[in-house]
Design a protein around this ligand. Structure first.
Ligand SMILES: C/C=C(\C)C(=O)SCCNC(=O)CCNC(=O)[C@H](O)C(C)(C)COP(=O)(O)OP(=O)(O)OC[C@H]1O[C@@H](n2cnc3c(N)ncnc32)[C@H](O)[C@@H]1OP(=O)(O)O
Length: 727
């Protein structure tokens, strides 16, 4: 838990031990405190070094134990940090790997800090719905000043050693032998006065406009937080550091921590932390899993199609230092694509430069632009990112099947199309897989990885490992129309549009959903994505356009309710932001400010009149429940269909791909918090009121879980019916 040893005659080394990240469990904290006391009592010890096992200092408090923490518990970690600072002998932190959260607080209790050049430090607590609660909100501002402390504590960002040195968090950077250098420093400084090294005794550096800085920070975080409490509480704790003596500031920090710990938000954010890690451990319905499948190395990749998605994917691959071949169909498209990728890479390089990272990502030698399919002969993996057109995709996969080396992996970037149909035209269907990137692909963290019927475990492992290499979160899902994300989006968007028919304005629906914490309501999202995307898909499905059977009622398809509103908008050229008008009016084509549009109000009134719909007032509760519970209901069906293997998969997809607020833990977690019987009863109510909307009819799986007494979320999948044996 914490190993105590002597290094040379006069230095004691305390090494934190708790694989894999030296989390500060109560046993580790206790052992650390004992080590510090032992060193203090031993007259032959003149100085102490604290370090972590396996090249990591510590990733902070053990998050798994938070659920059992009682808000009234005395924070043992804070006591240990202050014990370290009170030590009569100099204590040096030797930081390798990470010093995060409580790990950094331990380091701040030390009198000196040495870090390896690759080490990262930070206070990510805010991302877990809490705040640094081992006196970190009181020590960091004293060490680095208010503006920098506000930035680090309210964003949770990790900073590399070079930036930490500049900020004054650490005293020295070393390239190797961090612990040995720390021992040397400890020996050198032993006997020197410790008072000036104790951060708690320092005043917070004064600034003439302190009040204004704090108020501006508050306004900024409130605007960005979308209902998340922890950033605001972090500011309150930092304010206490400015206004109160250290001990009283610590009291305030504890009070705020207790409040946050007891909030549902902290539970949701901690659930999301572990869900993100759980999805890496994928399983197929057959039982094959990450444990037995191994990924193949990808050195060279190709991207076909340099539209918006293709450009982002190329940028991601180049950033991950791969060799990349970018292919287009004609010279003009290739030139446009090359220019776009170059500027994206330059932008990325400048961002990396600002954060002190090396920026050699633009090396043109690693990126080849071509019109020639022959250039794909030696690539390890291809990502096709052309238009959502099945015939075109099949034509490309046929070609790839003959040109690429037999062991190459073939990925299709699609948001809905059938992976098996595409795989069927190749001679290696087991090496074909869906990779659904989200736009902009070089920014968005999510990668939906879609297994086809024949996709091999090696192909899955390779695609999941690719996600990690690209710094994305890969989630493995099954093959069905829309997979997980878009399949659940469909009933949500459908409800939003039905609500317009019934009397809402787009901004009312958006405000309700944004008030819940989403980045964007459904109508702003549709305008951003382009209304023509859905229109093309509906025409393909024969729901509108030339394939629609003559005489089909305007608001009905196969006895289900249908709204032709979005089709009418597209017929008017209102494709959304790019056209300058859609559900909203924009300042110009490509403009970003969504303004309510009187034209649309008139259009909706006339539409209601034509179809004999009497507009009614719909309250926020109904807006939210109809949109979100329809989406969640589909999530239950997706679990029952084994398209997602666990609720965590769905939640991670929604948090990283669709802007679901992290402090609400994802749609399935949200359902478990509001209670499955509640979700079921509301769906029943709405479905009785709208019997022609099948997506409001509660999923049989949701009903089953309620009948079973609403077991906790982690048990849900054990109640999914196993497919019947073929034997
Ligand atoms: C009050 C509150 C106080 C005092 C706190 O300190 S709160 C904790 C603050 N610290 C953090 O938020 C750090 C969380 N961890 C990470 O950001 C990352 O895990 C990492 C950067 C430390 C390492 O990343 P990576 O190398 O990609 O590895 P994984 O993220 O996959 O993690 C490996 C396994 O370790 C588990 N883990 C990580 N941190 C903790 C922790 N603080 N407590 C408990 N467990 C932790 C993580 O879940 C992985 O385990 P498995 O899920 O694979 O079983």
């Amino acid at each position: 838990m914490a190993q105590y040893r002597r290094a040379g005659a006069a230095v004691a080394v305390i090494r934190l031990h708790n694989a894999p990240v030296n989390a500060l469990s109560s046993a580790v904290v206790q052992a650390l405190a004992q080590g510090v006391k032992k060193a203090d009592l031993d007259p032959s010890v003149k100085a102490v070094v604290i370090c972590g096992a396996n090249g990591k200092f510590s990733a902070g408090a053990d998050i798994r134990t938070f659920s059992s923490l009682q808000p009234r518990d005395r924070p043992a970690l804070a006591e240990t940090v202050s014990l370290i600072e009170r030590s009569q002998k100099p204590v040096v932190a030797a930081i390798e790997g990470v010093a995060l959260g409580g790990g950094l607080e331990v380091a701040l209790g030390c009198h000196y800090r040495i870090a390896h050049a690759q080490a990262r430090v930070g206070f990510p607590e805010v991302l877990l719905g809490i705040l640094p609660a081992a006196e970190g909100t009181q020590r960091l501002p004293r060490l680095i000043g208010i503006p920098a402390a506000l930035d680090l504590i309210t964003t949770g960002r990790h900073v590399l050693a070079a930036e930490a040195l500049k900020l004054g968090i650490i005293d020295e950077i070393v390239k190797e032998n961090t612990v040995e250098r720390a021992i040397e420093l400890a020996s050198k400084v032993s006997g020197q006065p410790l008072g000036p090294r104790k951060i708690s005794l320092k005043p917070v550096p004064d600034l003439p406009d302190m009040e204004a800085i704090l108020s501006e920070a508050l306004v900024k975080v409130k605007r960005k937080a979308r209902g998340r409490l922890s950033p605001e509480m972090c500011i309150q704790a930092i304010k206490a550091a400015v206004q109160l003596p250290f001990a009283e500031g610590v009291e305030k920090e504890r009070e705020l921590f207790r409040f946050l710990l007891g909030s549902g938000q902290a539970k949701a954010q901690q659930y999301a932390f572990f869900a993100e890690r759980a999805v890496e451990k994928w399983t197929m319905p057959s039982g094959t899993s990450w444990k037995t499948a191994s990924a193949q190395p990808i050195r060279k990749a190709a991207v076909i199609g340099l539209g918006t998605m293709g450009r982002g994917i190329v940028t991601s691959l180049v950033k991950a230092k791969m060799l990349v071949v970018a292919l287009e169909q004609d010279q003009k498209q290739l030139d446009i694509g090359r220019e776009a990728v170059t500027s994206l890479l330059q932008w990325e390089a400048s961002k990396m430069q600002q954060s002190g990272q090396s920026q050699d990502i633009c090396d043109p030698a690693r990126l080849q632009f071509t019109l020639d399919f022959g250039a794909l002969r030696d690539v390890d993996l291809v990502i096709e990112a052309v238009f959502e057109d099945m015939a075109l995709k099949k034509e490309i996969f046929r070609k790839l099947s003959t040109i690429c080396k037999p062991e190459a992996f073939l990925c299709t970037n699609t948001s809905a199309l059938d992976i098996d149909e595409i795989a069927a035209v190749t001679s290696h269907p087991h090496q074909v897989i869906g990779t659904h990137f989200f736009s902009p692909a070089h920014v968005m963290k999510l990668l939906e990885v879609i297994r086809g019927h024949h996709t091999s475990p090696t192909t899955i492992a390779t695609a999941m490992s690719l996600a990690k290499t690209l710094n994305k979160v890969g989630v493995l899902v099954g093959n069905c129309f829309g997979f997980v994300g878009n399949r659940m989006m469909a009933p949500y968007v459908e409800q939003a549009i039905f609500l317009l028919e019934e009397g809402c304005k787009p901004e009312e629906v958006d405000q309700a959903v944004e008030g819940f914490g989403f980045h964007m309501g459904p109508f702003r999202m549709l305008d951003l994505a382009g209304l023509d995307v859905g229109w093309r898909s509906r025409k393909g499905q024969g729901l509108t356009g030339p394939k629609l059977a003559p005489g089909t009622p305007a608001r009905q398809r196969e006895s289900r309710r249908y709204s032709p509103l979005p089709d009418f908008l597209c017929e008017q050229g209102r494709y959304g932001q790019k056209a300058g008008k859609g559900w909203y009016l924009y300042e110009k084509p490509g403009g970003r400010t969504a303004n309510p549009d009187p034209w649309l109000y008139n259009f909706l009134s006339e539409y209601r009149e034509t179809h004999g719909i009497k507009a009614r007032f719909v309250d926020q509760e109904e807006i939210l429940e109809r949109c979100l519970y329809a989406l969640i209901n589909e999530g239950f069906q997706i679990l029952a269909d084994r398209i997602a293997s666990a609720p965590e998969d769905i939640d991670v997809i929604y948090i990283y791909g669709y802007g679901w607020p992290t402090h609400r833990g994802g749609p399935m977690f949200h359902a478990s918090t509001v209670g499955l019987p509640h979700v079921l009863s509301r769906l029943q109510k709405y479905s009785e009121a709208h019997p022609d909307i099948p997506k409001l009819q509660p999923s049989p799986f949701l009903k089953k879980l309620v009948a079973l007494g609403s077991p906790p979320l982690r048990e849900w999948v054990s109640h999914v019916r196993q497919p019947s044996s073929k034997l």
